[in-house]
Design a binder for this molecule. Structure first.
Ligand code: ADP
Ligand code: ZN
Length: 729
């Protein structure tokens, strides 16, 4: 039994006090329960599932000190910063601390101040720490990123192996292992390595409903990436590449197009790396173009987009990297660009990397699964869940390229392919994509005439085809392995062995259309914005940034995006209403409340927005499921924002390009949903009172009797709006 005494706070108290949350997420209660009951556990929750809360709540309830083992200094620092900002007593001990910092923490330990103590695995078993732990009577250990202990995981760290001795060094200790990704095998390995006894195994749902997945064929990558990023202007995005060179090239190309981007890879010195990481955390940088090295320790929860410029090497890795999107539970997009050439590239890298035969075979199998994922026509959510051994419940997720029916249909491109390959053969010396395409469409420019290539039989063979479309098709032939493209400054094309089979007519070729299949539907994206005034949201982001700078902490430590949107939706004008907002605990209320309330009040006054809105809460975890018709999206939301400012129906109709009757419908819904206190902008006071009294006298919900009772002097539109406002309809 837990040693609960009446003086202890409840889980609920602790939750509300430090974080301002009133409910727990799935499995958090069970995980907390296990830690309070001193029962070993393995908790597998997806990124953003709320693992840190699971180990932070129990010691605060029980009034004890628990130890958290964490693999990275950056990760520990972020956790401690985040907890401290909530008023939660936590500290970390790591090699990156100054002597003074260390002394402060040591004094705190001696005084028993902390509820959580973060340490690196190599520090845990030093005599000094053992001594501290004994003094504090530590009996509970949380192991964060527990998959690092397993060779079968995707991020094995040898130093984690030392954790196997916790059970012998601290007899009677309870261990709680936490991870986001773990296949059956890794799970078993974690339990065995840590020596967990009769562990409570809690496995959450791997599906991330707020993520939209797309897999696209790679063509002109720079342009494709820019197109995706245009949907996320001013928002955080990560682009993953295979090699260091790729990251540098792509980030330069993005910067040249005005994107605030920087590269990140393990070949950079530590200072340059932390500079990029800190700029990203401080929201001074929007896009990081990175190799796998950019991983744990990115604690920016409002990443709205994760792009893969090439095939990742395993589904685990893909899940982990896409998992960095939308940790705040708000919608986010994941786009993977791939081409058949990626597999060959990985094969080369694997062979170069060496390793024993068994390991190589295991890696190839992981790669095959990943490639299978991209080429499959199965719902991405369903496929990912399936990979982790879970059944996805929906027929249509409404949040992937397959279910949204965005997959470009292939068409027979055999003739076109043959013409291109034949042309490359006839040219004898290798040329680039554009030159080959120009010859085929029959261009007669200087370059071609000088060489006499207008004489070739292939010259003009594809006359009439737009050059860009043909370039796109040729790139696909490269991706399909029919042409080889050199990897230097002036890449040229040569035939591969596979091309022969096409030229001889034995193999046909399927090509996809060149139109941009990456046009995202805006509707799901809008769901998390219902009722949010975007202008105010942007303004509050500025306030957050200023606060973060003043305090030298990452922006997320101040407030997460989910809370910021709540503020821009509910617009609390007093400390009392602010206290009710999800994500505002006691400390943040006292500490940040005045600044945010002042900003909200000033902004709302300037733009005529209502404050202290009491609309029903939008679920924090926005799901990207197909929604029943109704919730305001797109234009309707724009109309709402204008209504918020008191804009008249006609002006809104003009601005949105919608018919007057449609906008009247919007206004009616707006009144029902948002319940504005005052309709005077749309219906004058006298009319309002006449309609209301007539409607109440007549009873019922019909418009016509009211219209007639008022001798047809008041229009149906006003009657409808007033009756809706009075709750008579
Ligand atoms: P993980 O470590 O599993 O990736 P975090 O612990 O960082 O996830 O939590 C992700 C986000 O969800 C954080 O902003 C956290 O404050 C928030 N969160 C966690 N638990 C809850 C809850 N019960 N209600 C609302 N938000 C929560
Ligand atoms: Zn789907």
């Amino acid at each position: 039994m837990p040693t609960l005494t009446p003086t202890q706070p409840s889980v609920q108290d602790v939750l509300l006090r430090y974080w301002g949350y009133d409910t727990l997420r799935p499995l958090q209660a069970e995980a907390i329960e296990a830690a309070l009951h001193h029962r070993d556990s393995l908790v597998v929750l997806p990124t953003g599932g709320g693992k840190s809360l699971c180990y932070a709540v129990p010691p605060a309830v029980a009034g004890r000190t628990d130890v958290v083992v964490s693999p990275l200094i950056a990760l520990m620092k972020d956790q401690v910063d985040g907890l401290t900002a909530c008023g939660y007593p936590a500290a970390a001990l790591h090699s990156g601390m100054t002597d003074e910092e260390r002394r402060v923490v040591e004094r705190g330990i001696a005084a028993g101040t902390y509820r959580l103590l973060f340490v690196a695995p190599e520090r845990l078993l030093t005599p000094w720490f053992l001594d501290q732990a004994k003094r504090l009577q530590v009996r509970t250990f949380a192991i964060d990123e527990a998959h690092c202990i397993s060779q079968w995981g995707h991020d094995f760290r040898p130093e984690y192996r030392r954790l196997a001795t916790i059970k012998t060094t601290f007899p009677g200790a309870a261990i709680h292992a936490y991870t986001a990704t773990a296949t059956e095998r890794v799970r078993a390995d974690i339990i065995a390595q840590l020596g967990l006894a009769d562990a409570e195994v809690l496995v959450g749902t791997f599906d991330r409903p707020n993520l939209q997945y797309r897999v696209l064929e790679r063509g002109d990558l720079n342009t494709q990436v820019v197109q995706v990023l245009q949907r996320h202007q001013g928002e955080a995005a990560i682009v993953y590449c295979i090699s260091r060179d790729d990251t540098e090239r792509l980030s330069a190309a993005l910067r040249a197009r005005g994107v605030r981007a920087a590269h990140y890879h393990a070949g950079m010195d530590t200072a340059a790396r932390s500079k990029t990481q800190e700029a990203f955390a401080a929201e001074k940088l929007d896009v990081v173009v990175a190799t796998v090295a950019f991983g744990m320790g990115i604690d920016r929860s409002n990443v709205r987009c994760v792009i893969h410029a090439a095939l990742p090497k395993s589904v685990e890795q893909y899940q982990q990297e896409t998992g960095r999107a939308g940790r705040d539970g708000l919608e986010a997009e994941c786009v993977l660009f791939t081409a058949p050439a990626d597999l060959a590239r990985w094969e080369r890298l694997l062979t170069m990397g060496g390793g024993d035969a068994a390991n190589l075979a295991a890696q190839r199998a992981l790669l095959r699964d990943m490639a299978g994922f991209t080429s499959s026509e199965r719902c991405r959510h369903a496929a990912l869940s399936g990979y982790f051994g879970q059944v996805y419940p929906l027929e249509n997720c409404g949040a992937c390229d397959v279910c949204l029916d965005e997959r470009p249909a292939g068409h027979d491109g055999t003739d076109l392919a043959r013409a291109v390959l034949q042309c490359v053969a006839s040219l004898r010396v290798p040329f680039g994509v554009t030159y080959v395409a120009e010859v085929l469409i029959g261009a007669r420019n200087k370059r071609i005439l000088e060489r006499g290539h207008e004489q070739l039989p292939e010259h003009g063979a594809l006359r009439g085809m737009p050059l860009a479309d043909l370039q796109h098709a040729i790139r696909q032939l490269v991706n399909q392995g029919l042409l080889r493209r050199t990897d230097d400054d002036r890449p040229v094309l040569t035939l591969t062995a596979a091309a022969q089979a096409v030229l001889s007519g034995d193999v046909s070729v399927t090509l996809s259309s060149p139109e941009n299949p990456a046009a995202a539907s805006a509707t799901d994206e809008e769901a998390g914005w219902i009722g949010v005034d975007r202008g105010l949201f942007a303004h509050l982001r500025g306030v957050r940034l200023a606060l973060a700078e003043e305090r030298s902490v990452p922006a997320f430590v101040i407030l997460g995006d989910a809370t910021l949107r709540e503020l821009a939706r509910l617009r609390p004008a007093t400390s009392a209403t602010l206290a009710k907002v999800r994500g505002i605990g006691e400390r943040k209320l006292a500490d940040l409340g005045p600044r945010f309330v002042a900003a909200i009040v000033a902004y709302s006054r300037e733009y005529g927005l209502s404050t202290d809105v009491t609309a029903p809460a939008v679920p924090v975890l926005v799901t990207a499921r197909p929604k029943p018709a109704g919730p305001a999206t797109g234009l309707k939301l724009d109309a709402y924002a204008m209504f918020d400012r008191g804009t008249g129906v006609e002006e809104v109709a003009q601005a949105t390009g919608r018919a007057l009757t449609t906008v009247e419908g919007y206004l009616e819904d707006y009144i029902a949903e948002r319940q504005p206190t005052d309709l005077s902008r749309w219906v004058d006071d006298l009319t309002y009172r006449r309609v209301e009294s007539a409607a109440r006298k007549l009873g019922g919900h019909q418009l016509k009797p009211v219209f007639e009772a008022l001798d047809g002097k008041v229009g149906y539109d006003a009657i409808r709006v007033v009756m809706r406002h009075c709750g008579l309809r």
